[in-house]
Design a binder for this molecule. Structure first.
Ligand SMILES: *Cc1c(COP(=O)(O)O)cnc(C)c1O
Length: 465
């Protein structure tokens, strides 16, 4: 098996893939019939597949390749670090230079007094850490009854048992005994799908006040924390109405519950600031980070704690950690990624060039007969597909049927753009140029036209009653 290469016939690679490799979030039998697309190399915002196609990556991998593919500097740093110190642990009163440097850099970049980093190998692991952190925090403070973490339906916080329980994905909860106890979900601020006759502003307030109602119903003495993504990513790039976050912040302050901002997608420039909390004016006690932290070049995540939480946790032995917490190679690569983001002023590029251009083009997609709202914060956006814009109607077909058709048309046009139900989402590398944005949008438009034609031809152009 060591002889498998990029140059093998695609069908052979696909056969081996379906025989031996199990894909995440995938119906294996369905994929086996079709064959997975084999990605062979990448540069900038462009992917190559084994059939010689050049694909524009509208998703930055899985929301993570913020600096784009193919940066030599990261390869060099990884090679150097592997030669010098490929691994050492941080459990037994030992440390090493890359993890020290990365933690110090993150403390400098993170807002306010978020100054203390507990590392993990991924976002899921970091959110598992957070569950234990916030409960331990209240234990140490003499309030062991405060165990419940409030989250939101359709949130995504990872796929481990703990983080998947924090998340609000019903399809995930249906498998394998989730959620774990003492996680409570309130409704999401998705105005397009759930706002009914309310204005977005009134709806945002109403959904935020569900947090207050939950705290009062469950009991202030039982609620430990609220966790949320500043902008829901995997749930379909759901941007809350402007009234939502100020009200959430007010409620967290009033009842003194810990606020965890899951910045796994929003962090590291995605929203036009270093962190989504800055864009949305949120003051979290803990931030979850991963993905853009290393631009996906190495698996690494973590939790950034404010001074007070770190001080409380620091007063006991916290019996938690991962073999790869603060892995030296991952830390060194993340640090180099942060250097590039900073020195090449990538976030200025987002704010001044890429995001304004993408937003203008993205908004123009609402001219398409099948596109309702178009939403975007920084460089993450979504469009709602609908058979009737005025009433914000859903399709009569199983949710996701039309979205899937459009995603397949994107693939066929060498554009990676995902669907979540009947919303299409993008989150391209932050370094994308205006010319590349034009190509992305041109392909999206062709894919939407083809999708629209197919939806009509298959009799799916019908509103749910
Ligand atoms: C992807 C994601 C996670 C999980 O990160 P993994 O590295 O896949 O474990 C957690 N939270 C959010 C908001 C995410 O988008």
């Amino acid at each position: 098996m060591s002889q498998i290469t990029n140059h093998m016939p695609t069908a052979e690679l696909q056969a081996l893939d379906s025989a031996y490799h199990m894909h995440p979030f995938t119906h294996a039998d369905g994929l086996a019939k079709k064959g997975a697309r084999v990605i062979t190399r990448a540069k900038g915002v462009w992917l190559n597949d084994s059939e010689g196609n050049r694909i524009i990556d509208g998703m930055a991998g899985l929301w993570c390749v913020n600096i784009g593919y193919g940066r030599e500097e990261l390869a060099e740093v990884a090679a150097r670090q592997i030669r010098e110190l490929p691994y050492y642990n941080t459990f037994f009163q030992t440390t090493h230079v890359p993890v020290i440097a990365l933690a110090a850099k993150l403390a400098e970049l993170a807002p306010g007094d978020l100054n203390h980093v507990f590392f993990a190998g991924s976002g899921s692991e970091a959110n598992d850490t957070n569950i234990r952190l916030v409960r331990t925090y209240w234990d140490v403070k003499g309030k062991p009854g405060k165990k419940i973490i409030i989250s939101r339906k359709n949130a995504y916080h990872g796929s481990s048992v703990g983080s998947g329980s924090l998340g609000g994905m019903s399809g995930m909860h249906a498998q394998g005994g989730m959620p774990i106890p003492d996680i409570h979900h309130i409704n999401q601020p998705n105005w397009w799908a759930e706002g009914g006759d309310l204005s977005p502003e009134d709806f945002g307030l109403a959904r935020a006040r569900e947090l207050e109602e939950a705290i009062l119903t469950l009991g202030e003495d039982r609620v430990a924390a609220f966790i949320a993504e500043p902008v829901q990513g995997a749930g379909g790039v759901i941007v809350a109405p402007d009234t939502y976050w100020p009200e959430i912040q007010r409620i967290c302050d009033k009842y003194e519950i810990l606020l965890i901002a899951d910045e796994v997608i929003c962090g590291f420039g995605r929203t036009g600031n270093w962190f989504g909390s800055q864009t949305l004016n949120i003051r979290p006690h803990i931030m979850t980070i991963a993905k853009g932290l290393s631009s996906g070049y190495q698996p690494i995540g973590g939790s950034i704690l404010c001074d007070e939480v770190a001080e409380v946790i620091g007063s006991v032995e916290f019996n938690h950690g991962y073999t790869y917490s603060g892995h030296p190679v991952a830390s060194a690569v993340a640090l180099e990624n942060l250097r590039i983001l900073e020195e090449e002023k990538v976030i200025d590029h987002v704010r001044d060039v890429a995001a304004p251009h993408l937003q203008k083009k993205w908004a123009s997609l609402t001219e398409h007969p099948m596109v309702g709202e178009a939403k975007m914060v920084g460089m993450m956006g979504s469009i709602a597909l609908t058979p009737d814009k005025a009433s914000r109607a859903k399709f009569a077909s199983e949710p996701g049927t039309v979205g899937y058709i459009c995603r397949e048309r994107c693939f066929a046009n060498n554009l990676i753009m995902r669907h979540v139900g009947d919303r299409m989402i993008i989150s391209p590398p932050l370094v994308i140029t205006p010319d590349e944005i034009d190509i992305l949008i041109d392909r999206a438009r062709v894919a939407l036209d083809e999708g629209y034609a197919q939806v009509k031809a298959e009799g799916l152009w019908k509103a749910a009653s």
